[in-house]
Design a protein around this ligand. Structure first.
Ligand code: KG4
Ligand code: ZN
Length: 350
């Protein structure tokens, strides 16, 4: 399949991302790549609740969106006159949060006569490794974030097929929920990684791996397994939903066993996928969970053993960001794939 023939015209795209708890904007151009990538993280607003509160998220987006978009233009040393199209996440995500970004983007589109492109947030993650790397097609993409865990076969820019996804919780969601069980702060992933590092990423408790041997994922059972293991150790009171002991070593052992388990699951799924698609010579690991150096290194080593190229974005492009949305907007602009501002709505397939 021809992948680069369409990359002809020099374009500059403003990307806007407000699907969850990050107000993000970025400018991407054919000539210079990412020219700015600006973000306001709402983590501090949600941490006391142990997860994202949708009402707080949308209010915060309203407060921040104007200044974040303005800052992304300033940092890129461009004005709206230089922008060829506005790319905005329109699905999936929290309805109130998505609406803020989409309405803001439509405002600019109408006032400044710009083109609009609705972007699927998951397509943003799926191509995020290509922002910094020349990833050959076709390749596999493992996306693991707080909202999604999925495997894709990526055949070209904008051309991708879902091979399997989680049947219940996402991997990041499992980290966040288990962190909550252990009275750790939100988001759980980074804290769990730090705790596990202190005990050298050993597998202490051997949590169950996936029974199904297909390309789906499931992480709600892992959360339950951790919960009942804590109960068995006398560390958790199920009736009052309370951690009974504040034992650092136990938390480190849980965190470490958890990361080994998730890395094993990912590795097994990639192995099954490579078996099913032997022509694929590269894989990418993207999404917030790809910030995890232990899991990333495990998958990189696995890929090396399989003679497969491995790519993962730098951390700023793993967690939600505007650059991945601007990047997708960039190739869609070159492909002439625009949205109609009169009809583009949130949650509408794009
Ligand atoms: O991609 P992202 O920013 O948002 C979604 O689209 O969901 O991913 C956030 C998720 C959270 O669940 C967080 O716990 C997880 O990514 N995460 C990590 C790490 N950093 C963030 N998980 C494991 N290890 C990390 N270092
Ligand atoms: Zn995301």
């Amino acid at each position: 399949m021809q992948q680069t023939a369409h990359l002809l015209k020099n374009v500059t795209i403003l990307g806007i991302e407000t699907s969850c708890d990050e107000t993000a904007a970025a400018v991407y151009s054919t000539e210079h790549g990412v020219r700015s990538n600006v973000l306001f993280s709402q983590i501090a607003l949600h941490s006391m609740y142990g997860g994202v509160v949708p009402e707080i998220a949308s209010r915060s987006h309203i407060e921040k969106i104007n200044s974040i978009v303005a800052e992304s233009l300033t940092q890129a040393s461009v004005t709206l006159d230089d922008i060829d199209a506005i790319a905005v996440t329109s699905m999936p995500g929290l309805a109130g949060s998505l609406l803020v970004g989409l309405c803001f983007a439509k405002g600019i589109v109408y006032a400044h006569h710009k083109k609009l492109i609705g972007i699927n947030h998951l397509e943003g993650h799926a191509f995020s490794a290509s922002i910094e790397h020349q990833v050959p097609f076709p390749h596999l993409c493992l996306t693991a974030s707080g909202g999604h865990t999925a495997l894709y076969l990526i055949e070209g820019y904008g051309s991708y097929k879902l091979l399997g996804q989680t049947l219940n919780d996402a991997a990041g969601e499992a980290f966040d929920k288990i962190a909550k069980l252990l009275n750790l702060e939100y988001p759980g992933g980074p804290v769990i990684e730090k705790l596990a590092e202190a005990v050298n990423f050993e597998d202490f408790f051997h949590y169950p791996r996936l029974k199904k041997k297909d390309l789906s994922f499931s992480f709600s059972g892992l959360k339950t397994a951790v919960l009942y293991d804590l109960v068995k150790r006398g560390a958790y009171d199920l009736t009052n939903k309370k951690l009974l002991v504040d034992d650092l070593l136990l938390k480190q052992q849980v965190a470490s066993s958890l990361l080994v388990c998730v890395a094993d699951i990912f590795e097994e799924r990639l192995a099954l996928t490579l078996q099913a698609y032997p022509g694929v010579k590269a894989c990418t690991f993207v999404g917030g969970v790809a910030c995890n150096s232990y899991i990333k290194n495990r998958l990189a080593q696995f890929a090396r053993r399989k003679n497969c190229l491995f790519f993962s974005p730098s951390k700023q492009y793993c967690t939600d960001n505007g650059a991945m949305i601007a990047f997708v907007g960039h190739y869609k602009t070159q492909q002439g794939k625009f949205s109609d501002p009169a009809t583009l709505d949130i949650m509408q397939s794009v």
